[in-house]
Design a binder for this molecule. Structure first.
Ligand SMILES: NC(=O)c1ccc[n+]([C@@H]2O[C@H](COP(=O)([O-])OP(=O)(O)OC[C@H]3O[C@@H](n4cnc5c(N)ncnc54)[C@H](OP(=O)(O)O)[C@@H]3O)[C@@H](O)[C@H]2O)c1
Length: 337
């Protein structure tokens, strides 16, 4: 079967379409899935570039969506024909994070083979149902970006109608967070480097928009937009270069979800202000299978559909990563076959 694999030591020119062995029939507790789509995340990009080393010949991509073809003995949750979407941490079913989810050792496309292939055979619990009537590309956005936003706001943040959320950027995690705010009656303030993207965020339901390039003190601007109160939650994607402004923008007793480190891996943290405002700063990596099931149920009860900027053929995955790296996208980039 066809697969997109990465040859060591990585780099876009080391991504190859190869014929790899068909995974065959499922054993007890497993299912065979015909995969049709994946979506690109920063984690996949780091693997593809070789910045996060992985095994020679690794099948790429953490997100996977497709159709169940055959179920093995004892599988009762799914049946042939079901549309399913993969889990980022297949071994993390429920509850809080543990050591086993800290090292990506079982994360598809990193510690184990990913989903950039025509078929896979995995334990049934490594997937959940996809939302009814969603395309495979739409469903694939749930695994990493969507679930991260859901866990940040709902699992960790206990988001309520009327809450105000500051969302940094307009990529995959950010727009999933914006759509969750709309679904749940929360207000969203979105920042971007682009006025054009901000116009599109407003059309999707953002209450306020701030261009972080033109407003160096965007934290103070957000404080002004909330009448001096500050936001209840922050979707923090920048890390060291943005955290100080996010602390400016959050209310006393508010919640910051530390999700991304787009501006660097370490830096100064204004610890006294963080303490003085009694802010809850929560680092998080994606979420568990139970949260994914709850997210899928919530999506099915809404009319939200993910924002897909562009889709590429599997053969064009190197070009898709270059496009992602250029940063002009709004929402998700997908690959489908
Ligand atoms: N912890 C987790 O579980 C988890 C899960 C998924 C992703 N992430 C991380 O979250 C980050 C975003 O992921 P993604 O998939 O949403 O990426 P993406 O689709 O590529 O979007 C990145 C967005 O970040 C915005 N951005 C870049 N620099 C910024 C800055 N200085 N201030 C504010 N916004 C900035 C850009 O917005 P504009 O173009 O509008 O300026 C860009 O659209 C990455 O660091 C990724 O590794 C973490």
């Amino acid at each position: 079967m066809k697969a997109s694999v990465l040859r060591a030591p990585g780099g876009y020119s080391r991504i190859e379409i190869q014929n790899i062995p068909d995974p065959g029939e499922p054993g007890p507790g497993e299912m065979r899935i015909a995969l049709h789509a994946s979506s690109l995340n920063y984690h996949d990009l780091l693997i593809a570039k070789g910045s996060l080393p992985t095994a020679d010949g690794r099948t790429l991509m953490s997100d996977g969506a497709g159709v169940v073809e055959v179920v093995g003995a004892g599988v009762t949750e799914f049946q042939p024909g079901d549309h399913v979407v993969s889990c980022f941490f297949p071994q993390w079913c429920d509850g809080g994070p543990s050591d086993s989810v800290g090292n990506y050792g079982q994360t598809p496309g990193d510690g184990v083979d990913g989903f950039a292939s025509e078929f896979t055979v995995r334990p049934a619990g490594h997937f959940t149902r996809a939302p009814k009537d969603w395309s495979h590309s739409e469903a694939a956005t749930i695994t990493t970006a969507g679930l991260t936003a859901w866990r940040a706001l709902v699992g960790d943040g206990h988001l309520k109608a009327g809450d105000t959320v500051l969302i940094l950027g307009t990529g995959g995690v950010s727009l999933a967070a914006l759509q969750i705010c709309c679904m749940m009656g929360a207000k969203a303030i979105v920042t971007s480097s682009s006025d054009e993207k901000l116009g599109r965020a407003r059309a999707l339901g953002a209450t306020h928009c701030v261009n972080y390039r033109n407003n160096a003190a965007w934290g103070a601007k957000v404080m002004e937009l909330t009448d001096g109160r500050g936001v209840d939650h922050v979707i923090e994607l920048g890390g060291p270069g943005t955290l100080s402004q996010s602390i400016d923008a959050v209310r006393v007793g508010g919640h910051i979800s530390l999700i991304g480190v787009l501006t660097g891996r370490q830096g100064d943290v204004p610890t006294a202000r963080l303490m003085g405002k009694q802010v809850r700063l929560q680092g998080l990596v994606v979420g568990n299978r139970r949260q994914q099931q709850e997210y899928v149920a919530a999506l099915e009860g809404s009319d939200v559909r993910p924002v897909i900027d562009r889709s590429f053929a599997l053969e064009d995955l190197p070009e898709a990563f270059r496009y992602q790296e250029r940063g002009s996208h709004f929402g998700k980039i997908c690959t489908e076959w």
